[in-house]
Design a protein around this ligand. Structure first.
Ligand code: NCD
Length: 305
């Protein structure tokens, strides 16, 4: 039995197989409408979510399966003080697979240790978000046809943004990736992330404080929200929240074939005027999130080979 806690739980070959299966689902969705029939997915969301939870649920429904779960810790027994371990021991009696989001880093590891069914990390604190990364890889792969030799700008909250951490770790396995890390000093990525780039042969990075100079070199611009809920004081958040705003003049400096991605939700960091730019991919990216989660659920339920 397999879990997905960290994007590194998947080999490059397995990621390739997931992308291939997602491609088949996109091409012929009707062929998959019974792929998980009579199976149940439990979505245990201890933290707010719109896209991740709904795309998991839509994925399971489109595979002919069913969903159950909770969208907030407040209306589950967690509010009575139940531990993650106990909740999981109970939920595995009712569901065949579990997707869990939790504010504490490492909570999904605890869940997996107590689960007799596959557990998927749907985001743990400021740490990891492997299914968003699968969504991001699907978007990049469908756009460029490959994942290697790309220059990826990551902009915004690279410190607390878990999607950034998982995406960098994933892209470090594709040679020729050049990361352009665009953030204020206070929101630089954690050391373990930059150390990973240094230790990945063929991958390089630069850190910059402004978008302007680097726009023309990017193949992908991955914008992120400043993660308000992870700040210790509001003054810092207010000072940093509008550090970077992507607008039409900045887009004018980018390549014609560059794509703009964002895990969403967007707050202020992409002007709505950019939505009409043909290079904006963030809503398409959200759609791919459903297809790659369908592929992931199938592989975790049926095995990777
Ligand atoms: C992200 C998350 O939850 O980390 N959202 C998502 O899952 N699509 C990004 C964010 O909240 O900023």
């Amino acid at each position: 039995m397999r879990h997905l806690i960290d994007i590194q739980d998947l080999t490059v070959e397995e990621i390739g197989a997931l992308l291939g299966l997602a491609g088949q689902i996109i091409a012929r969705p009707a062929d998959f409408r019974d792929a998980a029939s009579r199976k149940k997915l439990a979505t245990l969301f201890y933290e707010p979510s719109t896209r991740t939870r709904l795309s998991f649920e839509a994925a399971m429904l489109d595979l002919g399966g069913n969903v159950l779960g909770f969208a907030s810790a407040d209306n589950s027994s967690v509010s009575k003080g139940e531990s993650v371990a106990d909740t999981i021991r109970m939920v595995q009696c009712y569901a065949d697979i579990i997707a869990m989001r939790h504010p504490k880093e490492g909570a999904p590891v605890v869940a997996a240790r107590h689960a007799a069914v596959p557990v998927i990390n749907a985001g743990d604190g400021g740490h990891n978000h492997p299914t968003q990364t699968l969504t991001d890889l699907t978007t990049i792969h469908r756009e460029f046809g490959h994942l290697d030799n790309l220059t990826i700008g990551l902009c915004g909250d690279l410190k607390f943004g878990r999607t950034v951490h998982s995406l960098v770790i994933a892209m470090c396995r594709y040679p020729g990736t050049h990361f352009v890390l665009i953030s204020p000093q206070e929101l630089c990525p954690p050391d373990y992330v930059t150390e990973r780039i240094c230790n990945s042969p063929g991958c390089t990075f630069e850190q910059v404080r402004s978008m302007d100079d680097v726009m023309p070199e990017l193949d992908v611009l991955y914008m992120t929200r400043v993660q308000k809920e992870r700040f210790f004081n509001e003054a810092d958040y207010l000072r940093l929240r509008d550090s970077f705003i992507l607008d039409a003049p900045k887009m004018a400096a980018a390549k014609r074939e560059m794509i703009v991605m964002h895990p969403l939700p967007r707050v202020n960091e992409i002007s709505v005027r950019v939505d009409d730019d043909p290079r904006a991919r963030y809503f398409q990216q959200a759609l791919y999130g459903k297809y790659i989660r369908m592929a992931l659920i199938m592989k975790l339920l049926n095995g990777f080979d």
